[in-house]
Design a protein around this ligand. Structure first.
Ligand code: FAD
Length: 395
């Protein structure tokens, strides 16, 4: 009889793990809290090892076809004049814009499509309790009937409630004191294939990026030590954004105007630090285990690489204790590097005062000059290829 695995979360990490586990002959169920596949989300990128895993899954071309077409990032002032421009990287890892940019919902859809024929996806439910008997994990759900699985994996994001059931207080969230809202807005004449980044005083930042579906993708970020915004409902979030960004120039009024008619994904940026990524027959994967935040540029690459390694190690030993240990030994140094943000991040890129913005812009101007743009490229390049990916195919 094949090993049964329950995965919590159907975004990037969950379906990628489902794909690989099914590939190795496991019997996989994925439970997702949302009532159906979540299609929202903005531009995310696959770099380094994450890109190599996509290649091994045979989805690299499909991702490329669904690419947002972003050609680089321009830092702009309030008049939309370019302060410095950084074109897209050419290799697997480099540059502020990676070669493989895709909307999160499109990537999730691709991963689900590649696995749904052989994997059972259950929507609109979530795990309520876990009881690891040593031989199996008994699982109760908020809605569905109780079931038992050989293994359970939490892939339900930074706010994972399953993580607590698995490792209890051993996982902490290290806040970056920054909130970001992502939303889709109508396209305007000023929107091109370049992403644009604008800083306003008060550590408020806005970006507008291209997509491939005729709209534009915007963010509003602000830094604060105050906590609790993450608990607001969507109307509360919109009210806070209107209040925080009132009077800000550039194209921010256009973003605020669009708020009533748009989806908003709002996150308190925080890194998940867990002393262990497994306990007994259960393990953590992706943002649920080791969120590095979008500031790192590595979240999706970590999720998809972690899924590949976890499934590969489980297929190799078929002893979950050994497999979980090997998964952690391989992934931990990679994650540690991803979580080590550039010095001063995110504060440096989100200055508090006009003087701070002027200093930041001077840095950007210098960094964009051809002489040192190679160095700048290095600064913007996350450590995405700093792992030796094992080959798990049968020899
Ligand atoms: C709707 C959405 C939009 C996003 N937009 C962006 C973006 O614009 N830019 C960016 O950089 N990152 C974004 N992210 C985060 C990004 O997808 C992740 O950082 C990264 O890809 C790692 O993915 P993950 O699968 O580990 O976690 P996530 O992508 O966070 O996925 C977690 C999944 O688990 C589900 N879930 C949550 N709790 C439970 C539960 N208790 N039981 C079952 N399922 C549960 C969620 O609905 C979600 O589908 C977004 C995530 C989501 C869910």
């Amino acid at each position: 009889m094949s090993t049964t695995v329950l995965i919590s979360g159907a975004s990037v990490a969950g379906p990628a793990l489902a794909y690989w586990l099914n590939h190795y002959g496991f019997d996989v169920t994925v439970v997702e809290r949302a009532p159906g596949p979540r299609e929202t989300g903005q531009n995310i990128d696959l770099r380094g090892a994450g890109r190599e895993v996509a290649r091994r899954m045979g989805i690299e071309e499909a991702i490329r076809s669904a690419s947002t077409g972003e050609i680089g990032v321009r830092f702009v002032d309030a008049d939309d004049k370019t302060v410095g421009a950084f074109p897209r990287g050419k290799g697997d890892s480099d540059g502020a814009t990676a070669g493989l940019e895709i909307l999160r919902g499109d990537l999730a859809r691709l991963l689900i499509e590649r696995s749904q024929d052989r994997v059972s996806y259950v929507y609109g439910d979530h795990i309520a309790t876990l009881n690891d008997t040593g031989d199996e994990v008994e699982v109760t759900f908020a809605h569905g009937p109780e079931r038992a699985f050989d293994l359970v994996v939490a892939a339900d994001g930074v706010g994972s409630s399953t993580r607590r059931l698995i490792v209890g207080n051993e996982a902490q969230i290290k806040p970056l004191n920054m909130y970001t809202a992502w939303m889709t807005i109508p396209k305007a004449d000023t929107d091109t294939a370049w992403a644009r980044w604008f800083n306003a005083p008060g550590s408020r930042t806005s970006t507008i990026r291209p997509d491939n579906v005729g709209t534009a993708r915007a963010t509003l970020s602000f830094m604060t030590e105050r906590r609790g915004y993450e608990d607001l409902d969507i109307e509360g979030v919109k009210a806070v954004l209107r209040q925080r960004f009132a009077g800000v120039g550039w194209e921010v009024p256009r973003i605020l105007d669009a708020l009533d008619d748009t989806d908003v994904y709002f996150e308190s940026m925080g890194q998940v630090r867990a002393t262990h990524w497994s306990r007994g027959r259960s393990a953590l994967l992706g943002d649920a285990g080791y969120c590095a935040t979008p500031v790192s540029g590595m979240g999706t690459s970590l999720a998809i690489t972690g899924a590949y390694v976890l499934a590969g190690e489980l297929s190799r030993s078929r002893d979950h204790r050994q497999a979980f240990a090997a998964y952690e030994a391989l992934m931990r140094p990679y994650v540690d590097q991803a979580q080590k943000l550039s010095p001063g991040a995110p504060r440096l890129a989100n200055p508090k005062t006009m003087v701070g913005i002027a200093a930041f812009n001077t840095g950007i101007r210098i960094a964009a000059t051809p002489v040192i743009s190679r160095l700048a490229r290095k600064i913007f390049t996350p450590p995405a290829d700093h792992i030796d990916l094992p080959d798990y195919s049968p020899s």
